[in-house]
Design a protein around this ligand. Sequence first.
Ligand code: GRF
Length: 202
Amino acid sequence: MKAVILISGNGSNLQSIIDNTDRIDLQISCVISNNKNAFGLKRAESSKLRTAIIDPELYNSKDAFDRELISIIEQHEVELIVLAGYMRVLTPLFVSHYFGKILNIHPSLLPKFPGLNTHQRAIDASETAHGVSVHFVTEELDGGPIINQESVIIDNSDTEESLSMKVLKKEHVIYPKVIHWYTQGRLKLIDNFNATLDGKMI
Ligand code: GRF
């Protein structure tokens, strides 16, 4: 299955997907970044993947930016859009255009801690468990149906950095796994609140 991957930064999740492409039946048609300095672009180039950069400063509205994003994605005729550390909120225009075809990975046990700084917020809230969620993207930020989660234990000695490393390790396993479910046609988004795996509600 052909996919584009959207990134903004380091791209360690992109790397884990690249490393698993054969096994998960994925063909990465293009890696698109809103940040020209994203290290993930270098990872993509090292793997001879096509890349595109969209500079937000050149667009006077979020819709204009997302229209350009759509026009680049359309050139690749993909069936899946994978957000891998993509730090822009997608417009309703974009989300409705690709309804049911967008996956995101979020570093918390959603519905806890949507948004930013999840690791520090989990520590500050004295949580004992934390983790990662993969979900379908809907208009609500980090609010689409959760497909799968992995948890880690928060130790007393954990810092934001140590916790993020623990969670990232889980991210690099869970995301290729869920993408594989998608490429096998096992996942379907029904509406903004419901999705199925193998025809069963999740
Ligand atoms: C990950 O923690 C991911 O869950 C979040 O942003 C981070 C991106 O990391 N959405 P990387 O760029 O994949 O290394």
